[in-house]
Design a protein around this ligand. Structure first.
Ligand code: PLP
Length: 460
């Protein structure tokens, strides 16, 4: 469970020589995302101090939900707040646009996009999804898509994203086909097979599949989806648009826009990339299809391209969009930068997941190659997790009585299945985690089992 790394140069420097002129002239000449170490790696005690604002009473095994933000980034954000509050007009005219441009440049390089204008910043993955689904709704409204045209989505799509599809796509006349995914899952092929089946259903009777919504890392249960293969299948099968909901992706799994080849791809930066809430990037591949995307909040920049629209949607706090160079400075203190962090988190979460599964006599929900920095671990069947509400109650019980924060997933047993594992904990690993966090969880569950606890004992 190595958690430290090394210091690298910081290359995305914020706020230098800004003027009111063309922002492009102020972009770093040669943006390097990591470089040979010039000073020692970050130490364990420095990591502790970067996260000393975390509640020490809580074993935080749920980085997947809200992410985390180190002290050095919080302090850089405060500097941006002060810069704004001390002279808002100067901030607006001299700093804001150049700062956002530098941040977008860093993300463009990190995710291997072809063009800078393919990268826009929005508040979160929910906003990104809205932008994509809104143009689908317009396509129905303007007669480009016809009533009954199909959108495909995973059964495990995030709940809020499903609602957004309902609000924009279904309400406009789209028909939804869900891809039913098995869980536990043991191979990419199982997912690919189910996806192909759903596409066949979508195309039955000559129907057009206009949109596929594919998660990169599903939320609950958490599984890394073979997006590259699924996007390729969509292309072969003439699916018109592919949106990858990658809310967990950057800093958590491999992200490469050219390799994945989706039309639209969105990842939060506040989950696994150490940004403060809230910021996500929305990638829109340069193509005629991407030209009708607009931020749902319309302001002065309307019609100037999505990235420009997103850089001013009215008066608000833009500091999360300005903080990316400071985040790069933080991650480059670790060996291998964000790639190194991602790999160490993955290795550690697999190790901790296996330790817990062994201690409880259960199993993992996915093989290691199908998990990122989160993994599903089976909970003892004797805990009696029989519905979604049991899962929530157990989570609350672990928080209130044991100081453990971990989301729990309920899996409906198949017909005739008795006495099997129905509850899975989704554990995360981030640089601040220690082995003791996972031992605390192991011991809490063992104690509950010893005490003959079942979820039926918990009141609503
Ligand atoms: C797969 C997935 N999509 C979308 C979201 C929504 O992210 P946000 O609340 O930041 O908009 C989440 C949040 O956890 C998620 O896991």
């Amino acid at each position: 469970m190595a958690s430290n790394g090394h210091s690298n140069h910081v290359h995305g420097q914020e706020d230098q020589n800004h003027t009111n002129g063309s922002a492009v002239s102020h972009m770093p000449k040669k943006l390097k995302l990591s470089s040979p170490p010039s000073s020692p790696f970050i130490t364990d005690s420095e990591i502790e101090s970067e996260f000393s604002h975390h509640d020490p009473a809580v074993a935080r095994l749920n980085n997947g939900a809200f992410g985390c933000c180190p002290a050095s980034v919080i302090s850089a954000q405060q500097q941006w707040h002060l810069k704004y509050l001390s002279q808002p007009d100067s901030f607006f005219f001299n700093h804001l646009q150049n700062g956002i441009l530098q941040s977008r440049t860093i993300i463009k390089e990190l995710v291997n996009a072809e063009h800078l204008d393919e990268i826009s910043f929005v508040d979160n993955a929910s906003t990104a999804a809205t932008i994509v689904f809104q143009q689908v709704a317009w396509a129905f409204g303007e007669g480009k898509f016809q009533k009954g045209d199909v959108a495909i989505m995973l059964h495990y799509a995030y709940g809020a994203v499903k609602k957004s599809i309902e609000a924009y796509v279904v309400r406009s006349g789209g028909e939804i086909i869900q891809v039913h995914l098995p869980f536990p899952v043991s191979s990419d092929q199982e997912i690919i097979t189910e996806f192909r089946r759903a596409l066949e259903r979508g195309k039955a009777d000559g129907k057009r599949v206009r949109l596929a919504v594919i998660d990169h890392v599903t939320s609950m249960p958490s599984v890394v989806i073979p997006v590259k293969e699924l996007v390729r299948i969509c292309r072969e099968e003439n699916v018109e648009q592919v949106f990858v909901d990658a809310a967990h992706a950057i800093g958590c799994t491999h992200v490469d826009m050219k390799e994945i080849g989706a039309d639209f791809y969105a990842s939060n930066l506040h989950k696994w990339f150490f940004c403060p809430p809230s910021i996500a990037f929305l990638y829109c591949r340069r193509s005629p299809k991407s030209c009708d995307l607009h931020h749902p909040v319309v302001s002065h920049e309307y019609g100037k391209g999505l990235a420009k629209e997103c850089s001013w949607i009215g008066t608000r706090d833009y500091s999360p969009q300005l903080i990316v160079p400071a985040v790069l400075r933080f991650v480059n203190r670790f060996e291998g930068g964000i790639e190194g962090i991602k790999k160490r988190n993955h290795d550690a979460v697999v190790e901790m997941g296996e330790m817990l599964a062994q201690a409880w006599g259960t199993h993992l929900g996915t093989p290691p190659h199908m998990c990122a920095s989160l993994i599903m671990v089976g909970l003892p069947a004797s805990l009696g997790i029989t519905c979604d509400s049991d899962a929530i109650k157990l989570r609350t019980h672990l928080r209130d009585h044991f100081g453990i924060e971990v989301p729990i997933y309920y899996r409906t047993p198949r017909d005739g299945e008795v006495g099997s594992v129905t509850g899975y904990a989704r554990i995360s690993h981030q640089v601040y985690n220690k082995v003791d966090d996972y031992y605390k969880f192991r011991d809490a569950i063992n104690q509950l089992v010893r005490d003959a606890f079942t979820c039926a004992l918990l009141s609503d």
